[in-house]
Design a protein around this ligand. Structure first.
Ligand SMILES: CCCO[C@@H]1O[C@H](CO)[C@@H](O[C@@H]2O[C@H](CO)[C@H](O)[C@H](OCc3cn(Cc4ccccc4)nn3)[C@H]2O)[C@H](O)[C@H]1NC(C)=O
Length: 135
């Protein structure tokens, strides 16, 4: 069950950009942005972990296909601070998603579902979405 905001029917096609602005809670342990078709078909599970599941200050990404998790991918950069506002941008093409983070950090994650249109976004954990831009 999602505890944060849920967006559906977004209709974001390849090449368009999703901008997410929000506030990371003071004392944050972990937050999640899920993007995809729906809750069971997630092309990007983006999970910055300040201190969760044995990970410290590590971004863990994964996908979910028909309810089944894929293989995790961990990123080296962690440009997040508890108790601050942050803006992130996600674009996608048939092969990859590109995630742009603060301090000019950027990384790619494979589009394992081959998703053409991103309709679904939800946020969970120690993050409050303030605005979403579809551009
Ligand atoms: C070494 C054997 C155990 O492996 C561990 O297994 C855990 C359980 O499967 C892995 O943690 C899970 O990793 C998934 C991604 O691969 C997801 O991140 C799972 O969380 C799903 C989730 C919870 N929530 C609610 C939430 C989120 C953030 C804060 C508060 C509530 N939203 N999505 C999260 O529970 C965790 O990443 C994994 N660690 C490793 C190193 O593989």
């Amino acid at each position: 069950m999602s505890c944060g905001i849920v967006c559906t029917n977004m209709g974001v096609k390849a090449g368009k950009r999703i901008g997410v602005k929000g506030e990371i809670a003071a004392g944050a342990k972990s937050f999640v942005l899920n993007l995809g078709k729906d809750q069971a078909n997630v092309v990007l599970h983006f999970n910055p972990r300040f201190d969760a599941h044995g990970d410290v200050r590590t971004i863990v990404c994964n996908s979910m296909d028909k309810g089944e998790w894929g293989a995790e991918q961990r990123e080296s950069a962690f440009p997040f601070q508890e108790g601050t506002n942050v803006e992130m941008f996600i674009t996608h093409d048939p092969s990859n998603l590109t995630i742009a983070l603060p301090n000019n950090h950027q990384f790619k994650f494979p589009n394992r579902l081959g998703l053409q249109v991103i309709d679904f976004l939800n946020a969970e954990g120690d993050f409050t979405i303030k605005s979403i831009q579809l551009e």
